[in-house]
Design a protein around this ligand. Structure first.
Ligand SMILES: *Cc1c(COP(=O)(O)O)cnc(C)c1O
Length: 397
């Protein structure tokens, strides 16, 4: 038997880790170092778009590693051009900047918004952000985040954020009335860490209109809900709107660290040489991972798969546990689903591990399912079969 380190003596104490360590995976299955198998309904937190050991992705990455892993942004990077062009095509936007994580993509978006303001003579630009939002853990992005637990201990926070509730256009108008410093509105189409909270289609359209009227940037954090997860490339596309700025990360490279901020005409030319940069951003390996992820999602019809299998999974959950007292709501779209319980349910992650299922609990009482987009209906049935008894037992029915 391989051994599992039950504590982490030399890594910082930043995570409450479950007492397993994964050794390898195949499709939506993973195995721990003791050989126990799990069905992966978490996908590394919406990262492993193509599951594990994908037969097309792995050889492409091997090919890239053997050619060149990293060059530098001192030079042109053809894979960067290729991925930027593809993201422009899929999003209807025009230009991308590449980085390595979600928070970096959001940091770039915040800088874009501020410079957009400065370029227009606004010396103290302000950005509208949302209750329960999560944008990352750098000082600026945790300031934009709407969760005191994330912020506690790290003040003073970055100023220049105005916070409003979700799905309330009157509240947005009231909070910004007469304020000439506002430069952008910034939100997740479906909040991830905040508990799988969708913005309504009508609200998305209303915000687009307000941004147009007042010449604000509409900045949509698609780090978690984007890259095909909801059945469209980007979740805001369900509302038929275009953002001006769109941060991406998580699923974009199927597990290779990558982030991007994609911009349309209002924001694409704000940064000039010297304004922004990052050493690893856009390196040839990460870019190849992005290009191949998108190619494979297209070749294998994984947008339709996410929509179809997601609906099947949601239906199965609704049938098995939807009516239970103690299950408040089952929500989300495609393969981004949340099951809200009436009380904190963090213990379920360990109980699921015991049963061979990987899930997460976010916002204390929301079970989150963000599996790889290759999930089949049979896999979805298996998730329901493993999860439903745990939820029934937890809520005492
Ligand atoms: C995960 C996440 C981030 C932060 O991404 P990191 O790669 O962890 O920095 C930002 N925004 C959203 C919506 C996320 O889900």
């Amino acid at each position: 038997m391989a051994f599992i380190e039950a504590s982490s003596p030399h890594t910082m104490n930043t995570y409450g880790r479950l007492p397993i360590a994964l050794s390898h995976g195949q499709g939506v299955r993973v195995w721990d170092v003791n050989g126990k198998q799990y069905l992966d309904a978490l996908g590394g937190i919406a990262v492993n778009t193509l599951g594990h050991n994908h037969p097309k992705l792995v050889p492409a990455l091997q090919d890239q590693i053997a050619k060149i892993i990293h060059s530098s942004n001192y030079y042109h990077v053809p894979n960067q051009e290729q991925l930027a062009a593809k993201l422009a095509e899929l999003s209807g936007l025009s230009n991308a900047f590449f980085c390595c994580t979600g928070l970096e993509a959001n940091e770039a978006a915040i800088k874009l918004a501020r410079k957009y303001g400065h370029d227009r003579g606004i010396e103290r630009p302000e950005i509208v952000v949302y209750e329960k939002a999560f944008h990352g853990r750098s000082i600026a992005t945790l300031s934009a985040t709407g969760n005191e637990k994330v912020q506690k201990g790290f003040g003073p926070l970055v100023e220049g954020f105005i916070r409003v509730p979700l799905n309330d256009i009157e509240a947005l108008k009231a909070a910004t009335e007469g304020n000439k410093n506002v430069v952008a509105v910034f939100f997740e189409t479906i909040q991830g860490e905040g508990g799988v909270n969708p913005m309504r289609i009508e609200y998305l359209q209303q915000v687009r209109q307000v941004c147009d009227q007042r010449e604000w940037l509409l900045m949509i954090d698609e780090v978690q809900c984007g890259m095909g997860r909801t059945g469209k490339w980007f979740a805001h596309q369900w509302a038929g709107i275009l953002p001006d700025v769109m941060p991406l990360a998580k699923g974009l490279g199927s597990g290779v660290p990558i982030g991007a901020v994609v911009a349309g005409p209002k924001a694409a030319n704000i940064f000039q040489p010297g304004n922004h940069g990052t050493t690893f951003g856009g390196n040839p390996l990460a870019m190849r991972a992005g290009v191949e992820t998108i190619r494979i999602v297209e070749e294998e019809g994984l947008l339709d798969n996410a929509a179809r299998v997601g609906a099947h999974l949601k239906g199965g959950l609704a049938r098995e546990i939807g009516a239970l007292q103690g299950v408040t709501e089952i929500r989300g779209q495609g393969l981004m689903l949340g099951i809200e319980l009436s009380r904190p349910c963090g213990v379920l992650t360990q109980r699921a591990v015991d049963k061979g299922l990987l899930i997460s609990v976010t916002a204390e009482n929301v079970i989150r399912l963000v599996p790889p987009l290759i999930l089949t209906e049979a896999d979805a049935d298996e998730i329901v079969a493993l999860l439903a008894p745990l939820v029934r037992e937890f809520v005492g029915q």
